[in-house]
Design a protein around this ligand. Structure first.
Ligand code: MLT
Length: 360
């Protein structure tokens, strides 16, 4: 495939492409994508820059390139999903990969097969990348120690959802450029949100000024307040914590409303849904305090009338649907990088290196 692309370039462009390939290959050090806590700013930028290229491909009338021909992606979903699963499927297909989606309810998992056995079985069928969503935090990490296929965490319990965080970063960057110094406010059920945790890593790595807001019972332990000294056991990067939504939204450049995760609530965390909505729902009245050009985001699925009002979700500041489109582009970029591919400057479609082809 490299040859195919190279023949379309001039000798100088081919040289430039080789240099670019070497640089990107040096900077991209991930065999798996498990969370963003081990991503540098440079690595995040590689993904976002490549997502720009992928977004161009996605916006073509016929969105198909053969960049991942011969590459097999397996979606292994042990928890329900609409966006993430469809997004990985489309991302693989746009790039010409073979994509297979398994859900726990219709696979041998029902007969007691373990995650490790299932992952090994998929690898035995020559899966190159396995996308895992699981209710147990850490499940994709366990899988990664038992296979040489690339593992992508598509959400593990309340722990992490790195591809959602990357698409959030990409979507914000498309609107505001540099994220450094931007006030990004996450409102809602932070404690149970894997999106919030991965967003915290990604946003702080990119220099954003992050505020998390929710009732005290829905704020996770291990949050570190930015104006206090770091302590060794801090589990998350430093942020500002607010329990008053009106105060939190003051001057916000970006507002990320988070779903109240009813499936992960232990009893007694909230007095009532009505009261929660009363104090924490992102409404037009509350957003009047934000920057007049603020962006409104939500990872979906939304509970309209609980964490976000209908008019806000569909209002002029909402970029929720754009997040979904960008999710495909970002996942294309990740699959492509995990296949060993890099961005050839001047090529009209991405290509893969010999290393990537050698993954099998
Ligand atoms: C997730 O799977 O974590 C979603 O993208 C967000 C949610 O479920 O609220």
């Amino acid at each position: 495939m490299t040859t195919e692309i190279t023949t379309r370039m001039t000798a100088a462009a081919a040289q430039e492409a080789q240099a670019g390939t070497a640089t990107a290959a040096r900077a991209w050090n991930h065999t798996h994508v498990l969370d963003l806590d081990d991503f540098s700013r440079e690595e995040i930028e590689i993904v976002l820059d490549l997502a720009d290229r992928m977004r161009e491909i996605l916006d073509r009338r016929i969105a198909r390139v053969p960049a991942l021909r011969g590459f097999t992606v397996v979606n292994l979903f042990y928890e329900p999903s609409t966006r993430t699963r469809a997004s990985f499927e489309l991302a693989g297909k746009v790039l010409g990969a073979d994509v297979l989606s398994l859900s726990a309810s219709t696979s041998s998992v029902q007969k007691g097969e373990s995650l490790i056995d299932t992952v090994r079985t998929m690898r035995a069928m020559r899966a190159d990348a396995i996308v895992i969503r699981h209710a147990m935090a850490g499940a994709p990490y366990l899988a990664a120690t038992h296979t040489d296929a690339a593992i992508i965490n598509a959400g593990d319990g309340s722990h992490a959802h790195p591809t959602q965080a990357l698409l959030d970063l990409y979507t914000i960057r498309r609107h505001v450029g540099d994220l450094a110094g931007k006030r990004v406010v996450m409102v809602g059920d932070i404690a149970h949100s894997r999106v919030a945790r991965s967003d915290l890593w990604g946003l702080t790595t990119m220099g954003a000024d992050v505020v998390v807001c929710g009732p005290p019972t829905l704020l996770p332990r291990g949050l570190r307040v930015s104006d206090r000294p770091a302590h060794a056991e801090s589990a998350l990067p430093p942020v500002t914590i607010e329990t008053d939504a009106d105060r939190a939204l003051e001057g916000a450049d970006v507002v990320i409303a988070l779903r109240l995760q009813s499936e992960r609530q232990e009893g007694g965390l909230l007095p009532s849904l009505h009261e929660y909505a009363e104090h924490y729902q992102v409404t037009e009245r509350r957003l009047a305090r934000a920057n007049p050009n603020h962006l409104l985001m939500h990872p979906g699925p939304k509970n309209e009338g609980i964490e976000i009002s209908g008019p806000v979700a569909r209002g002029s500041h909402s970029i929720i649907e754009e997040q979904v489109t960008n999710g495909v582009a970002v996942r294309m970029a990740l699959l492509y990088l995990l296949s060993g591919g890099t961005e050839p400057p001047g090529g009209d479609a991405p290509t893969r290196t010999a290393d990537g082809d050698a993954r099998r």
